[in-house]
Structure formats: structure tokens, C-alpha cells
Design a protein around this ligand. Structure first.
Ligand code: NAD
Length: 398
């Protein structure tokens, strides 16, 4: 008997990360791709009983009307990360998925993101009405595709900074505020999280936006017997920091300053050009070095939009450190990666591991997924090797 299909619901379903993950999944289902970049395909996780790629069905929410095949074709033309033959082999699947994409919500997303919205979005009377509409979309997805469980993954644009401290600590205090847009502190990413959790589905936040990152939403997840994790995928420069900073610490090489300049030109960079969204991203990228070293060297993270680079990000890092005899020395590295190609396999891994957590009846935060995130909620450990060991321990412990 065929196994029950598993849903992947992308919030931001026509964006660069979602489109690349969707093309990748369609190709994996047809056996057209190798396993490079996929953590869940490592030998350490063989034998875990992770769901086969063929079991996943994709749908999602969006605010832009461009079709998924059009967006994938644009990535192909501009980023050259997959060829036309692969695109054509996936096109029919992309068209089917596009038919399952529903209009999302823009609650507290700010004017820059709202400026991208060209879909006719429903006018929800209150955040609670928006949540109920999003839940209805999820329920229809489950019904029409005969799904057992859905993993909702937020890969939408980075929202303006929302402080978790602005959100009441208890769900019982927060829930009544959803009745009034004026009183509710939750941005769209958190409304998607509420919709997923109240529906009994899992929620993963790949963005720096607030999402489920508040004690009240954790309480909701536990009350609903479901699970969540975030935030902000760790894919490039910050991944390097979480590998290199422990080396400086263990050799007692004292870091005096760590400067990282990032340049790229995709749609995400247009959002991050807005200072309020940029602050959310810079904060997420900047805290880690001091937390790993145990002291705070001078740090600087810059993110600048250089349109011609498209999805290809260059990060140049300059690390000034002091060794024996107080001698100053320097490490410099440049990281040149295609943002969506780095992120997409991790998104698929997160879905697969979260689905396993669902079958293992895991409830609440999923700290064993920390190695995937720049700011893993509820986890103080930022050293990549230690975080990866947490994942291996969880995998073996099941
Ligand atoms: P993108 O701009 O290409 O895609 C974002 C998509 O979200 C767009 O299609 C946009 O229309 C949609 N969207 C925006 N607000 C929405 C809302 N309220 N509801 C539904 N859809 C909405 O960006 P991307 O490059 O795909 O990155 C997606 C997210 O992942 C960003 O927040 C980014 O910071 C984060 N992220 C990306 C990487 C990476 O690419 N390497 C790493 C870590 C985190």
C-alpha cells in the first residue's frame, strides 16, 4: 500500500528559495539529481526511515502573482543553477504546484514587502480572521491531496524587526489580541505560525522574522501537541563563522575584530535594502561570534544590494586576531555562493527531519535542528560541530 503523502507548505512559495527547493524536489522525485548539498542523505542518517522524496506534495502562500514556472525560469536564466533540460522535466510538476498556491497575508510586513504584492489579497477583518483563512487553505490542501501531516516552512521576505519581548509571554494573554489589528503585535510570519500550529501541523521558520519565536507560540505548539523551530537558515558566511570561531577559541587566538561585508542582488536584497528589514538580518548574523568566543570583539556586518550579482552572494570577511607575544595577525576569506542553491537543500532536509520528529511524537521546540539556523531558538550552542553532534544524537536516539 502506498504511504500517506506528506505536505510541504511554503510561505513565500514563489520566492527564490522556495522555487529552487521545489525544482530540486521535483528533480529528486524523478531521480534526476545526486545528493550533493543534502544533509539528510549523509550516511549518518541512513536507516532512520526518513520519508522518501516521492512522498512530498508542495503547496503554499504568496503575495506575488508571478507563476512558479515563470519564477523558476527566471532563476534558470539569471543564476544558471540548473539547465533548461532539467527545467522542462520539472515544468509540469511546477504548474501543478502553482495551482495550489493561495494568497497570503501582509499583516505588519511593512511598506517595502507590501510594495511587491500584486495579488489581490483578501481584506481580513482582524488577525484572527486572517489566521482562520490561512487554516482553511491548509485544511483544503490536506483534504485535496489526502495528506497525513504538513510541514509549514516560512521562506517569505524578511519582515521589519519585531521584538519577542513585545509579545505577551502567555498564549492566553496573546490570543485575545488577535481580534484587533491595532492591538495584535504579531507580524504575518507569526500568523502563519499560529495557523500551522492550531491546525496541528509543524512550523519551521527559515527567515529572521519573528515567526514562532516567542514563549506564547511555544506554549501554543505544546498545547496543540505539535512542533516548531527557527530561525534564519545558516547557509554561508554565518556557517563559516560557526566553524571558524571555535578554532580561534580553542587555540586561544584572541579575536580583536571580525568584519563581514556581504554583497548580492536578488529580490531578498531589495527587501534587505530597507533599513528595518536589514536590522533583523544583521542582528541575526552578528551575535554569533561573541557568543562562541565568550567575549565581544568589535564586529561589523554589512549587507549591500549590488543588482548585477543576482542570487550570487559574495561575503568578504576580515578577522584581526592576536597570538603569542601579542602579535597581530589576519585571516581573510571570500565566500561566493548561490544563495538559493545553498538554502534549498537545507529546507528539504528540515522538512524531512521535522516529519520524522512528527512520527516520533516530538512536541515543542526542535533544538536538535540547531545546526541549520543562525539563531536557533532556545539553543545557546552556536559551534557548528557541537550542533551537528546534537542532530546525530537525536537521530540515533530515536
Ligand atoms: P525572495 O525575496 O526571493 O522570496 C521571498 C518570497 O516571499 C517572495 O516571493 C515574496 O513575494 C514572498 N512573500 C513576502 N511576504 C510574504 C507574505 N507575507 N506572505 C507570503 N509570501 C510572502 O527571498 P529568498 O531569497 O527566497 O529568501 C527567502 C527568505 O529566506 C528570506 O527571509 C531570507 O532572508 C531567508 N534566508 C535565505 C537564505 C539564503 O537564501 N541563503 C539564508 C537564510 C535565510
Amino acid at each position: 500500500m502506498a504511504e500517506t503523502p506528506v505536505g510541504i507548505w511554503f510561505v513565500g512559495a514563489r520566492g527564490g528559495v522556495a522555487a529552487t527547493a521545489t525544482v530540486g524536489l521535483a528533480a529528486l522525485k524523478q531521480g534526476l539529481l545526486g545528493t550533493a548539498g543534502l544533509v539528510s542523505e549523509l550516511p549518518a542518517f541512513a536507516g532512520l526511515g526518513l520519508a522518501e522524496w516521492t512522498r512530498f506534495v508542495v503547496g503554499g502562500h504568496e503575495i506575488r502573482g508571478v507563476s512558479l514556472p515563470e519564477e523558476a525560469a527566471r532563476l534558470m536564466r539569471e543564476s544558471h543553477t540548473f539547465d533548461r533540460e532539467l527545467f522542462e522535466q520539472c515544468r509540469a510538476e511546477l504548474e501543478r504546484i502553482d495551482g495550489r498556491i493561495r494568497p497570503g497575508t501582509l499583516e505588519k510586513s511593512g511598506p517595502t514587502i507590501a510594495g511587491f504584492a500584486d495579488l489581490d489579497l483578501p481584506r481580513d477583518k482582524s488577525p484572527r480572521h486572517a489566521v482562520e483563512r490561512l487554516k482553511q487553505d491548509l485544511a483544503e490542501f490536506v483534504e485535496s491531496e489526502g495528506l497525513g501531516h504538513v510541514v509549514v516552512v516560512c521562506v517569505a521576505s524578511t519582515e521589519p524587526v519585531a521584538e519577542p519581548t513585545d509579545v505577551p509571554l502567555r498564549w492566553t494573554e496573546l490570543e485575545p489580541l488577535l481580534e484587533s489589528a491595532g492591538k495584535c503585535p504579531l507580524p504575518a510570519s507569526s500568523l502563519y505560525a499560529v495557523a500551522a500550529l492550531e491546525s496541528g501541523h509543524s512550523f519551521v521558520n527559515f527567515t529572521p522574522s519573528l515567526g514562532s519565536n516567542s514563549p506564547a507560540l511555544d506554549e501554543l505548539a505544546r498545547a496543540c501537541g505539535t512542533r516548531h523551530m527557527g530561525c534564519d537558515g545558516k547557509t554561508g558566511e554565518t556557517l563559516m563563522k560557526s566553524v571558524l570561531a571555535p578554532m580561534f577559541a580553542r587555540r586561544n587566538l584572541q579575536v580583536m575584530s571580525w568584519v563581514g561585508h556581504n554583497i548580492f542582488g536578488n529580490i531578498d536584497s531589495r527587501v534587505l535594502d530597507d533599513p528595518v528589514s536589514k536590522r533583523a538580518k544583521v542582528t541575526s548574523k552578528d551575535h554569533l561570534v561573541g557568543e562562541i568566543l565568550g567575549y565581544r570583539p568589535q564586529t561589523l556586518v554589512s549587507i549591500e544590494r549590488i543588482e548585477s550579482l543576482g542570487d550570487w552572494k559574495t561575503a568578504w570577511d576580515h578577522v584581526h586576531f592576536r597570538g603569542f607575544l601579542d602579535t597581530p595577525m589576519t585571516l581573510q576569506f571570500t565566500w561566493q555562493g548561490c544563495d538559493s542553491v545553498l538554502a534549498a537543500p537545507l529546507v528539504l532536509d528540515l522538512v524531512r527531519l521535522t516529519e520524522l520528529a512528527y512520527r516520533r511524537d516530538h512536541v515543542g521546540l526542535m533544538p536538535f535542528l540547531a545546526s541549520f539556523f543562525k539563531s536557533p531558538v532556545g539553543v545557546d550552542e552556536h559551534r557548528f560541530d557541537r550542533q551537528f553532534a546534537m542532530l546525530e544524537e537525536w537521530a540515533l536516539g530515536g
